[in-house]
Design a protein around this ligand. Structure first.
Ligand code: FES
Length: 117
């Protein structure tokens, strides 16, 4: 069972970066994507960097030919320490989805944004 905790005002979450908050003594990054708000633990599962403070970006995807294409713009956060890329919606490492940072449900009531822990 989870409990909702006030995190910030919804309009404090920028479009192209995370809003870093502390909720229940946990560092959390709140992101605004086209489909709504998402929240991840701000700790990289690789070596513990502040994952959510890295750039919000896309990723390069391999095609059937020898090319790579830039894809999923705005849906990925890249850890600033060693460049590991994570899906903002799931918290999964793109190369190995079994490696992930914790994700939290988010709800908005009026102008207040809550993280469910
Ligand atoms: S600590 Fe995040 S990629 Fe290494």
């Amino acid at each position: 069972m989870t409990t909702k905790h006030f995190a910030c005002k919804a309009d404090e979450v920028p479009q192209d970066a995370a809003k870093i908050v502390t909720v229940s003594n946990m560092p959390i990054g709140v992101f605004r994507l086209e489909d709504g708000f998402h929240a991840l633990l701000n700790i990289c599962p690789h070596k513990g960097a502040a994952l959510c403070e890295g750039p919000v970006c896309g990723t390069t995807r391999q095609t059937d030919s020898t090319e790579f294409v830039y894809d999923r713009a705005g849906e990925i956060v890249r850890c600033a320490w060693h460049g590991w890329e994570f899906d903002i919606r799931s918290g999964e490492f793109l190369v190995d989805p079994s490696v992930k940072t914790r994700r939290f449900d988010v709800s908005v009531e009026g102008s207040d944004l809550y993280v469910h822990i």
